[in-house]
Design a protein around this ligand. Sequence first.
Ligand code: ADP
Length: 418
Amino acid sequence: MQELELLRQIRQPWVQRSPQTLARAVNIREDLRNQLEQFFDRMEVSLETGTYSWMDPILSAWAEALPQSESPEMSSSLVDFIGDLLLFTVKVCEETLKPEYSVAITSGLLPIFLYCFRRAFEMEMEIRIRAISEQLQQVQQTLEKLDQSKSDFIAVAAHELKTPLTLVDGYAAMLRDALSTRNLSPYEIDLLNGIHNGTRRLKTIIDDMIDVSLIDNNLLSLNFQPVWINRILHVLENELQGVIKERQQTLTIQDFPGSGEMTFGDPERLLQVFRNVLTNAIKYTPDGGSISVDGRKLPGFIEVIIKDTGIGIDPEDQLLIFDKFARLGKTDLHSSSKTKFKGGGPGLGLHIAKGIVEAHGGAIWVESPGFDEKTCPGSTFHILLPLMTQPPDEKMARLLAPLTHKPAKKPLLGSRQP
Ligand code: ADP
């Protein structure tokens, strides 16, 4: 007897009993009955034509429906459901047909079921991946919103704090002036210095918070001017001399190819970048350690390399430290000084440095064998800046044209003009 004929023979018991056997809840039985009948019809056509893709529409309808139906009605996985269907079909064949016919139709249906398994698996995967990426997208949107509120909070807090701080600073300066004629005791001088240092530190933090909100909102505007990297580095060498001496460290700044060439950049902002990286190098290097600044000229770029013999940074933290408020848990911070060994900070310095370098079209990254306070493997910060022969701003380019264009050669005496 032909396989198709055999299949038709099991149709009635199959269609009649399948909903009861396969459905686990009463309320969807009618709906499922229709779907199972459709499945059977498509099995018939597939067997007749040898084209198994006839099974696709019903499989895809089930694949879409299953994740929403929380398992009580049917198996929660389509692959499991196809497995249940196969077992049920074999059982019906065995009960309805003679053994040899039952074997014949079962082996005839097997390739169809194998196809169904493969497609069910693929469809389920696709749907799960889609659901997971939707969830991830939602999480990302939530994170972006949170990050935005954090930036908004920083901007508002910084501006709100700035006004009273300016007042305190002003009154403190007036008090200092008013008391300057009197002979103050060392204790009174200490009090005045305390107010002065406190307000200065607070001002730096607030300025950093404002810079972070400018960077995060893409509002950082650069004032491009001619700059020489070696000059910036030497300004910092002088500025940090006192601290370096206090910490008994050595700071060596090499002039390297390209460092003496004129390029365009925002000198104040670049000073801030190198200051942040260098003060970190001082801060995270024990007393007596050394810090060196070197670099190289690359096609179109200049790379400044700042190396310290400090506590180092673990590879998994080397990207993290450029996030705002990044303070690594491992660093056991001792004080809130900007330059004392492991003196804590708000964790904004490198985020700002990255924002400024990237606004210049450059990049900043760190290399370190890892974190170890005992062996001090050190860290090496790389700052890559484009060598610009022209400022990006057109007006500025026109204004600074005499600096950027070499004067045309004078005609030789006596040579005739064309
Ligand atoms: P902070 O105000 O905490 O210094 P930064 O943004 O400047 O903030 O640095 C973030 C974190 O990166 C620091 O808390 C520290 O853990 C780590 N870090 C930065 N520079 C170095 C360095 N040269 N050596 C070791 N760790 C460093």
